[in-house]
Ligand binder design. Structure first.
Ligand code: WTA
Length: 651
């Protein structure tokens, strides 16, 4: 196979620019630049065509797009079912016996599990019947608190089949986090597991689930037996998955859903301490999940697609479940840690199954880079043909390392920008078109419109930075609201530039006249800690629950591997002395309230926080301190002397 040895071009400004290889151009679903112009001419018609072409509708829509700011609807009055499109369509074809999910457990001596489309179809139908037999009706909310095992996709699709709304909670979130989400969603049922493996140890998930369902409306807990660890089953409430499934009928009619009916709610962090329930619809979400999975990752029938994201995040929803399954693709699902039993576990899996498309987060790439290229070099990674990243800005070193040492200089790196709110990728290069530019995500996906505005709402020029926004017609995959909180929806996304412009809270720079965009990170108090979205306010809430804490402020500090980490500044109540015991107690408090991902990297105990004369904490100063930047003017502070003291402590 002839592959261009050197496909690196340097542009006149000495930056790296990569273009698709001939092989990629030939194979890619889209390789003609004109797709952008075509879609731009009439985005509504473009999406209408894509929705029709990619999905099977029980009833055609009567109106493609309706906009009543700040709300929009797509494919109005159309009837569709997500599980039918992800499964029934494929089992009617040769794909019936194609692998839908290849599941790799963490313990290396445990066997791989493969579910064909027909297997997955049967399991989903059975579970849908189980849910019905437990009284679940269309529109009910179901909590899913599962590790990365095939039951997670089964549970999501079973909900979708009967029109129940799933709300998946990341399995590493604490019982308390689970509870607040289940309460807000008013969930009826929780699907969970006894435990799962993480770095060789069993995590007792059921114990957290028990905490999470106490004092909620949850009537039944369906428990998957995964790790076999001893757990407590509450009589009348808890039931084993296997027992229910053994009796379940094999077929369940898919519920014709209105295109605008909710498919799922996914809680995500905003700028307050309370996570918000992001609402996604059915038809619009499915359309964009399908086409972005197909075009961004150039997904073909002979591919094995591995998205390493946990299902508890939007990336897992869209690219480890809906997107690839709608395309009839084979997905790889791995249960465990990337460094178990050794740091080459991921590469061992890529080699073992011949993974062709690999999608992960920059934080993981930076970690792998640190461990060194000798680990991937032990494995034959030539099956890979496309690499992707998501979740935070990627630095040039990590990009180049990924490109050279994982992709062997053959595979384009698709840097996809998007959010829980956008449902699917929005800004990235397309593999057959390019260019692929380290640190630059790329262009708006065909049929979507973005702009970068300054503080006054004026568009910025090429090379200048501002705030990323989206304009109407909004992508069909965009959120349809914040669950039970329309005010928050309006205030968070439709206030900065009025109710006709979606505000992303991300900083961005126009890269060139082609419309390439470089993302520079969040401009609000949302952190990305090892790719996980968290708010500083959530960590503050957790800390102030401790009776020793009078006041605290949490800011994100840059971190070489994790991207960002929370640093907590804590003022103790009078008479309480700082100690290492108290520090670890506070860290435990955060783990209990949110989960280990939110653990502060450092707790700085101080007598006072820098405040304005009106008593507002000056976060700007704390941010500058943790970034090692100059603090600037402190004369307006009530207590400028605290800054020197904190400078010493932060070090
Ligand atoms: C950030 C993840 C730079 C961004 C899918 C966004 C990125 C937030 C990129 C959403 C990227 C995501 N380059 N930044 N390629 N992808 N982000 O909701 O700040 O967990 O607002 O969704 O991640 O995080 P969320």
């Amino acid at each position: 196979m002839s592959e261009p040895k050197k496909w690196v071009k340097e542009d006149p400004n000495n930056r790296f620019l990569f273009w698709p290889t001939e092989i990629m151009k030939k194979k890619a679903w889209v390789s003609d630049e004109s797709i952008y112009k075509e879609a731009e001419k009439n985005p509504i018609a473009f999406w209408g065509k894509k929705a029709k072409e990619g999905l099977e509708w029980f009833k055609a829509w009567t109106e493609t797009y309706q906009w009543d700011p700040p709300y929009y609807k797509w494919f109005l009055n159309g009837k569709i079912n997500a599980s039918y499109n992800a499964l029934d369509r494929h089992v009617k074809t040769w794909r019936k016996n194609k692998a839908a999910i290849i599941w790799e457990p963490e313990p290396p001596d445990e066997p791989t599990r493969v579910l064909t489309y027909n297997d997955l179809y049967r399991e989903v139908n059975k579970l849908a019947n189980v849910l019905k037999s437990l009284g679940v009706q269309k529109g009910d909310r179901i909590g899913i608190y599962l590790p990365m095992i095939p039951e997670v996709q089964i549970a999501m699709l079973a909900c979708a089949r009967i029109g129940a709304i799933h709300s998946v909670v990341f399995s590493a979130f604490s019982g308390e986090s689970l509870k607040s989400r289940m309460k807000d969603a008013e969930a009826k049922i929780l699907v969970t597991a006894d435990g799962y493996y993480r770095r060789g140890k069993i995590v007792d998930l059921k114990a957290n689930a028990d905490l999470g369902v106490a004092d909620t409306d949850i009537k039944h807990v369906i428990v998957v037996k995964r790790a076999g660890n001893p757990i407590r089953m509450t009589k009348g409430r808890d039931v084993w998955w296997d027992q229910l499934m053994a009796k379940a009928p094999l077929y369940c009619e898919p519920e014709p859903m209105d295109s605008e009916d909710m498919l799922f709610i996914l809680y995500t962090s905003g700028t307050t301490g309370k996570p918000k329930g992001i609402i996604h619809d059915t038809g619009g979400y499915l359309t964009v999940a399908l086409w972005t999975a197909k075009w961004d990752f150039d997904l073909h029938d002979d591919d094995i697609f591995w998205c390493t994201a946990d299902i508890g995040w939007i990336t897992g929803h869209t690219y480890a479940c809906y997107g690839p399954l709608l395309n009839g693709a084979t997905i790889l699902v791995y249960e465990g840690a990337l460094n178990f039993p050794q740091v080459d576990r991921w590469w061992e899996i890529v080699e073992k199954f011949g993974v062709t498309i690999f999608y992960t987060a920059p934080t993981a790439i930076r970690m792998l880079l640190r461990w060194g290229e000798e680990w991937p070099e032990k494995h034959n990674l030539r099956s890979l043909r496309l690499l992707g990243t998501v979740g935070e800005p990627i630095n040039q070193d990590a990009w180049m390392w990924y490109f050279n040492h994982i992709g062997g200089g053959r595979c384009p790196v698709i840097d996809t920008w998007w959010q829980t709110e956008t449902g699917a990728t929005l800004i990235n290069a397309l593999p057959g078109i390019g260019p692929f530019i380290p640190t630059v995500a790329g262009r708006s996906f065909p049929g979507t419109i973005h702009d970068i505005l300054d503080e006054t709402g004026q568009p910025v020029k090429i090379g200048e930075g501002g705030y990323l926004v989206q304009k109407s017609p909004f992508s069909p995959g965009m959120l349809r609201g914040v669950y039970k909180d329309p005010e928050r929806y309006a205030a968070q996304y439709w206030n900065t530039y009025g109710d006709k412009i979606y505000y992303t809270s991300d900083g961005a720079i126009w890269w060139d006249e082609l419309g390439n965009i470089r993302l520079t990170g969040r401009v609000d108090d949302v952190m990305k800690v090892a790719g996980h979205r968290l708010s500083t306010a959530e960590v503050e809430n957790a800390l102030t629950q401790n009776s020793s804490v009078a006041e605290c402020a949490v800011v994100a500090a840059p971190h070489e591997v994790k991207g960002e980490v929370p640093i907590a500044f804590v003022v103790l109540k009078q008479g309480i002395n700082p100690s290492t015991e108290l520090e670890s107690e506070l860290i435990q408090q955060v783990i209990r309230a949110i989960g280990p991902t939110a653990k502060p990297a450092k707790i700085v105990m101080t007598d006072a926080l820098p405040k304005t004369r009106s008593g507002k904490i000056m976060r700007r100063i704390l941010k500058a301190l943790v970034k090692g930047e100059t603090v600037g003017d402190t004369t307006t502070l009530m207590n400028p002397e605290t800054v020197e003291d904190l400078k010493q402590k932060v070090g």
